[in-house]
Design a protein around this ligand. Sequence first.
Ligand SMILES: NC(=O)c1ccc[n+]([C@@H]2O[C@H](COP(=O)([O-])OP(=O)(O)OC[C@H]3O[C@@H](n4cnc5c(N)ncnc54)[C@H](O)[C@@H]3O)[C@@H](O)[C@H]2O)c1
Length: 316
Amino acid sequence: MKSEQIKKIGIAGAGTMGATFAHVFAESGYTVVLQDIAEEFLERGRKIINVNQNNLVKEGLLTEDVVKESHTRLSYTTDINAFEDVDFILEAIVEKLDIKQEFWAKVSRLVKKSALMASNTSGLSITQIAKDIADKSRFAGMHWWNPPHLIPLVEVIKGEETSDETAQSLIDLARKLNKKPVLVKKDAPGFIGNRLQYALLREALHIVDEGIATAQDVDDAMKYGLGFRYAGLGPIETVDLGGIDVFNNVGSYLFRALNNSPEIPKKLRELYEQGLYGIKTGRGFFDYSGGKGEEALRKRDAHFVRMLKCLYKRSE
Ligand SMILES: NC(=O)c1ccc[n+]([C@@H]2O[C@H](COP(=O)([O-])OP(=O)(O)OC[C@H]3O[C@@H](n4cnc5c(N)ncnc54)[C@H](O)[C@@H]3O)[C@@H](O)[C@H]2O)c1
């Protein structure tokens, strides 16, 4: 199916990601059915949608009229049979391989024979998720980044049997939403974004662990140096602009000084074992108690909105 033929979209899972997908698609004119396993989860989805849309209106990225219209195109259900007539289904249910496999075994048999199918898995194998799907050529990974209504990147991942046509249609679909899609040609763990993120995280924690700098200074080095640069220039282009000779010479002594341990970094494991999960428990590497967590989220989203306005024209 070509992206132009996609009119009705099914979203499975009304959580952080799924609920947001539902309003993003509905705002772009698609008819959307949002499904979850129980009414209470749909209610949580409605709240997520309202909070997101209110913020987008406040920031001038969305109008009240578009919000109102989007609600006329959006329905909520606990019945998977509602996916029978969708053209595309995007799954954002819990990140457990067996649950995703069970979901797709059922749902791939009830959707139209032409419908495209995708999982928003963070890193599970697309090929394994598709294990019990009869026509695997119409199934791919479509990995958005949180918060998905603000971050432009969408990774489209080919499983072993995903057709080129399916991957291309999903890339085209993402572009219609003003997103910036990239194609992951091989089903490799972590796709592109998470491979880069975890390579960087390993070194960031190593720097702290070795006493080279504090966590705060590592984050600042990223935000005001590399992060600032990377919003406009990829790491590979950076080499061309800086000089292959320069990067070759620095690389000749620096690569060997970097951490290449396959283990989970010590401090990450320690915090995990202490039940300090970050914002959700009030403490991680930093302190989020007494309203500091809400403030951190507010600052994050305000920053992303400003970046979005500067770098990409979203709502036109
Ligand atoms: N949150 C993130 O930062 C993020 C980013 C990128 C990708 N993802 C991926 O997106 C997916 C969803 O993540 P989330 O953060 O939205 O999770 P979430 O826990 O907020 O929501 C998941 C929802 O799926 C529902 N669900 C569970 N089993 C179901 C089933 N069989 N059928 C229908 N609904 C079912 C749950 O009731 C819940 O409402 C996961 O695969 C996750 O790895 C998450």
